[in-house]
Each structure stands twice: as structure tokens, then as C-alpha cells.
Design a protein around this ligand. Structure first.
Ligand SMILES: Nc1ncnc2c1ncn2[C@@H]1O[C@H](COP(=O)(O)OP(=O)(O)OP(=O)(O)O)[C@@H](O)[C@H]1O
Ligand SMILES: [Mg+2]
Length: 198
């Protein structure tokens, strides 16, 4: 609970740094709290200490899926993420999904998102690499100013997960590659669930 409260305080502080209007603040804050709550619900249902990446992606993107139009392609192996990893990955997906819906491929009729992932073995350790590719959305003509969402993704993946983020605003659509080492079994059982502070 202490961790969660610390995360919420830091969320508020960082959101206010962008000087949003009361209305924008309230809307984005409630959406972020809902995303956090959904994840904690998954982790506290007593059945499982892990959540698959596919489940997190489906939760983050569910509001924007247009099945008849197949605007969303999800693809990758089953990867179980532990309780220490889940909050950061799910918040990152929430930020990317809301951005895609506000400005990117999920804001237009023709736009599509390809979200794929793979696990790579590298010198005895396993790394997860997540690829986010937007296509056929509004054209991006200039490098935009950074707000909370992109800053959260860029900072939290290295800080919380010891990973890397490579994002680019290509004219044909936003893209990001997020990679981080997967925890070993021994570390997994030792880690406590919680929303890590950012
Ligand atoms: N998927 C995307 N497609 C096109 N432009 C994008 C996309 N994601 C972000 N942007 C641009 O990058 C800017 C920064 O995004 P960021 O998430 O950091 O801030 P924001 O969405 O404006 O505000 P906040 O995330 O704080 O609610 C956006 O204002 C937008 O111009
Ligand atoms: Mg945003």
C-alpha cells in the first residue's frame, strides 16, 4: 500500500509539472488510476503471481479495438511477467495506447497498430523485446514536445526494469521498441508485488 501511495503521489507531481487544465488533469488522472487498479486486481486475484504480456496488451488496448476493421495486430509467444514487472509494462502500454488513440493510428479510421514481441536468449539471460508500430494514421510532420506519457515510458523502463526504449516519430507513424531482461526464477519468487514508484 505504501508503494502504491508513493506511486500515486509521484504520478500527481509529475502530471502537474505539465500544467494541465483541471479538466485535462482529472480525465488523465482517473484513466491512469483505473489502469493501475486493473493491474492490481489481476495480481491480487489469488490465482496467479504472473500476468502474460498478451493480457496486459489486451487490457490496455481493449477500448480502441475495432474488430471488423482489424485495426490491431497482436503477436508473440506467451510470456509470463512477474508482479514486479507488470505495473511498469502495463502503465507504459496504457500511455502508448492513449497516445495512439489521441494522436496516432488509433485516432483515425484507416490507422492500424502492430504490437509484436519476442524473447531473445542472450549470453544465458532472456530478454523480452516489444515492438509497437503504428501505420496509416495521421501523418507526423514534426518532432512533438514531450509530455507525461512519453517521458514515463522513456524513464520507467530503464529505471524499473533495467531496459531500453527506442522511440521515433516517423512521418508514417509512431514506433517504439521496448526491451528488458526477464527475471530469473529465483528472483521471481523473491520479488514482492507492488506498484513500483517511478
Ligand atoms: N502515437 C502517436 N502518434 C502521433 N503523435 C504522438 C503519438 N504519441 C505521442 N505523440 C505526440 O507526442 C506528444 C507527447 O506525447 P506525451 O504522451 O508525452 O504527452 P501528451 O499525450 O501530450 O500528454 P500526457 O501524456 O501528459 O497526457 C503528444 O502531444 C503528441 O503530439
Ligand atoms: Mg500522452
Amino acid at each position: 500500500v505504501k508503494n502504491i501511495l508513493a506511486t500515486v503521489s509521484s504520478l500527481v507531481t509529475r502530471m502537474l509539472a505539465g500544467h494541465p487544465s483541471n479538466e485535462d488533469f482529472a480525465r488523465a488522472f482517473v484513466a491512469r488510476l483505473r489502469a493501475m487498479a486493473a493491474v492490481h486486481e489481476l495480481l491480487s486475484d489469488g490465482k496467479s503471481r504472473t500476468v502474460t504480456l498478451r493480457t496486459l496488451a489486451e487490457i490496455a488496448l481493449e477500448p480502441y479495438v475495432n474488430r471488423p476493421r482489424s485495426n490491431l495486430v497482436l503477436g508473440g509467444p506467451d510470456v509470463a511477467l512477474d508482479a514486479k514487472t507488470v505495473p511498469t509494462v502495463s502503465m507504459a502500454l496504457h500511455e502508448l495506447a492513449t497516445n495512439a488513440a489521441k494522436y496516432g493510428a488509433l485516432s483515425s479510421r484507416e490507422g492500424r497498430l502492430e504490437l509484436t514481441w519476442k524473447v531473445e536468449e542472450n549470453a544465458g539471460s532472456r530478454h523480452l523485446s516489444i515492438s509497437w508500430r503504428e501505420h496509416d494514421g495521421p501523418r507526423i510532420d514534426a518532432l512533438p514536445a514531450e509530455g507525461f506519457g512519453t517521458s514515463f515510458v522513456k524513464r520507467s523502463i530503464p529505471y524499473e526494469l533495467n531496459g531500453t526504449v527506442d522511440m521515433s516519430f516517423e512521418p508514417e507513424g509512431y514506433r517504439a521498441t521496448i526491451a528488458f531482461p526477464l527475471q530469473q526464477e529465483s528472483e521471481k519468487s523473491a520479488s514482492a508485488p507492488g506498484m513500483a514508484a517511478t
